[in-house]
Design a protein around this ligand. Structure first.
Ligand code: MTE
Ligand code: CO
Length: 427
């Protein structure tokens, strides 16, 4: 009986799908096939011959029909592609893991090619035994595995003064979420004779990359000894060149700029270096024109990825899945609310899985849509009780001239024909 019901249900869905293909707009869940559908009744080309052999793709790429699921640039941000940024196609992805092949890239002096054999990692400064590790050396320490998001501090940075870029990929796509395998920085610092028992409260590590920019950043010792990873695998395979092959730093929950790629040196110091990347950049302009430094943690944030400007509603009225992602550098996402009326009323979304520490959480709102206009928003909450702010709340503190750390609530205006647009609501 249970089986029969299951079968019946899937067949009903199947007929609906077939009718939708043949007859255009139908009401989901209530359609009958208009007539024989050749996609069902005729033998198709793909069933009349043989497919590709197993030697066709030694390393697979997505099927050609998914060729629009790619990183994209914003032209006016990319005058120079070497010191630049591209964006993850978050509007076209589901789940939480970002494939390396379409995960955003940010380089200050281009993606370099560094062989494992040429790789060296130095730990020097205030340690008993300054050390140099080869790639093979690193492979011999106990490994850890964690999923973490990496968000550039500049994500959503173009939206401070007004709704600007038309697509979740462009407004929120400086983020990826991967499963990393690596050695904890704590382990390597201990190997170099950092006395974990000593007074480390005021100590810092300065981390730098092997690329021309070096992207040097100071990290307080408390974080360095907490959850920072020296990673060499992402999503089960070696890091891609553009993400720092063969070794990058993973600094969970903290701004992407600190996730140094092509990691070459870690110096233990008594004070922060105050490098370019932490003085003239990666500080936050406030309403009164002064700047705030050391804003490392990425606060809770979320965005509806579909529907959105690049992912309009293409089906008819009836069931609609609203989906998006939420994350917090302070820990786990506990709740996400969705509003269809620009924040006047809220419904609590369903989390696909319980929130994970400093990783993306997927949310769904399974709803009905009958062509009404929507001002779609999502609002994330994390385990500290923090609630994602509105744009107006954030502007009160930060003004209009900031760049980094914009975690405000995003609004998509969805029209009666299912198209979506980046807008602001006054509240
Ligand atoms: N590390 C080095 N060595 N060089 C860089 O240019 N860019 C930083 C950081 N680490 C950078 C770097 C910035 S600003 C960000 S947001 C992240 O790397 C982006 O990581 P991804 O390119 O893997 O997405
Ligand atoms: Co960045």
């Amino acid at each position: 009986m249970a089986d029969e019901q299951k079968h019946g249900a899937s067949r009903r869905q199947f007929l609906t799908g077939a009718a939708a293909l043949g007859a255009g707009a139908v009401t989901a869940g209530a359609a009958k096939a208009a007539g024989p559908d050749p996609l069902i009744t005729e033998v198709q080309e793909w069933a009349s011959g043989l497919g590709d052999g197993v030697d066709a793709t030694p390393y697979g790429l997505p099927i050609q029909y998914e060729s629009d699921v790619v990183r994209r640039n914003v032209e006016w941000l990319t005058a120079d592609t070497i010191s630049s940024i591209n964006f993850t196609p978050i509007h076209a992805l589901d789940g939480t893991i970002t494939p390396q092949g379409c995960a955003f890239e940010r380089h200050h002096s281009g993606a370099i090619e560094l062989k494992k054999e040429d790789y060296r990692l130095m730990i020097n400064g205030l340690v008993d035994t300054p050390l140099v590790f080869t790639y093979d050396d690193l492979q011999r320490f106990p490994r850890e595995q964690h999923v973490y998001f990496c968000e550039c501090a500049a994500n959503t940075g173009m939206e401070w003064a007004g709704a600007q870029l038309n697509g979740a990929q462009f407004t929120h796509g400086m983020i990826h979420n991967m499963e990393y395998t690596g050695v904890s920085l704590r382990t390597l610092l201990a190997e170099a004779g950092l006395s974990v028992a000593g007074d480390l409260k005021d100590k810092w590590v300065y981390v730098e990359g092997a690329d021309a920019s070096s992207n040097g950043r100071s990290i307080p010792m408390e974080k360095a000894l907490d959850d920072v990873l020296v990673a060499f695998y992402a999503n089960g395979e070696a890091l891609r060149k553009e993400h720092g092959y063969p070794v990058r730093l993973v600094v969970p929950g903290w701004e992407g700029n600190m996730w140094v790629k092509w990691l070459r040196r870690i110096e233990v110091m008594n004070a922060p270096v105050e490098s370019r990347e932490e003085t003239s950049k990666y500080t936050d302009t406030l309403e009164d024109g002064t700047s705030r430094k050391w804003t490392w943690v990425m606060d809770a944030k979320s965005v509806v990825t579909s529907p959105s400007p690049q992912a309009p509603i293409k089906h008819g009225h009836g069931p609609l899945v609203i989906t998006g992602m939420a994350w917090s550098g302070h820990g786990k996402i506990t709740r996400v609310d969705v509003s269809k009326d620009g924040g006047k009323t809220w419904e609590t979304a369903r989390l696909a899985k319980a929130g994970e520490n400093k990783a993306l959480t997927r949310f769904y709102l399974d709803t009905e849509w009958n062509g009404e206009e929507m001002f779609l928003q999502s609002r994330a909450m994390d385990e500290t009780g923090y609630v994602q702010p509105t744009k107006a709340q954030l502007r009160e503190v930060r003004g209009l001239n900031s760049i980094y750390h914009n975690n405000c609530i995003q609004t998509w205006y969805v029209t009666a024909d299912g198209k979506a647009e980046n807008v602001e609501v006054s509240s």
